[in-house]
Design a protein. Structure first.
Length: 178
């Protein structure tokens, strides 16, 4: 389909073939996500139409920085519309492309919100495992780990990001606080 776009296929027709009633049917989510990958001029439309499908089935490693920012923003919007958008899908995803140092301020804004959506924040925290970003936000991850109001899964993923980052932390002292 991506090659057909270059040969003159209408973008509107391509999108109509992959969507129904403004959304992407479950059976077409993977195809839709990869369409955005193989047809770069369609990436933005694919992210806006089905951000979780792009996250779940797409390749985030090669997303441009503007598209990664758009994905973060679109997923935040999805979490506001449907706070439980991930309720039946807790499998690990290849989401490391979201944990970029260039997105630090956007990610910190999310993690510092007291009313953040746990389904959304856990995706971001999972992305941080082994990332350079985790090494840059150690105090914020430590604070989240100590936060008794944080959901268990957020605290767990903050700890995993710190452990996988091999950051020098006094774990016994930190655990006594929690």
């Amino acid at each position: 389909m991506a090659k057909r776009l270059d040969a003159g296929l209408s973008e509107r027709r391509a999108v109509q073939g992959l969507t129904f009633a403004g959304g992407v049917p479950t059976a077409l989510r993977g195809l839709h996500a990869w369409f955005g990958y193989f047809a770069p001029r369609m990436t933005e439309a694919c992210i806006r139409t089905d951000p979780y499908g792009v996250l779940r089935y797409g390749d985030l490693e090669d997303l441009s920085l503007p598209h990664a920012r758009l994905l973060l923003k679109s997923l935040a919007g999805l979490a506001n519309e449907d706070p439980y958008f991930r309720s039946e899908d807790w499998g690990q995803r290849a989401v490391a492309g979201l944990a970029r140092v260039e997105l630090k301020s956007e990610i910190l804004d999310l993690l510092k919100q007291p009313d953040r959506h746990a389904h959304w924040s856990t995706i971001v925290l999972e992305a941080m495992r082994g990332s350079a970003l985790a090494d840059e936000i150690v105090p914020e991850l430590t604070f989240l780990l100590e936060d008794e109001n944080a959901v268990y899964l957020e605290r767990y993923n903050a700890a995993k990001a710190l452990v996988d980052g091999k950051v020098a932390i006094d774990w016994p002292a930190l655990l006594r606080k929690t």
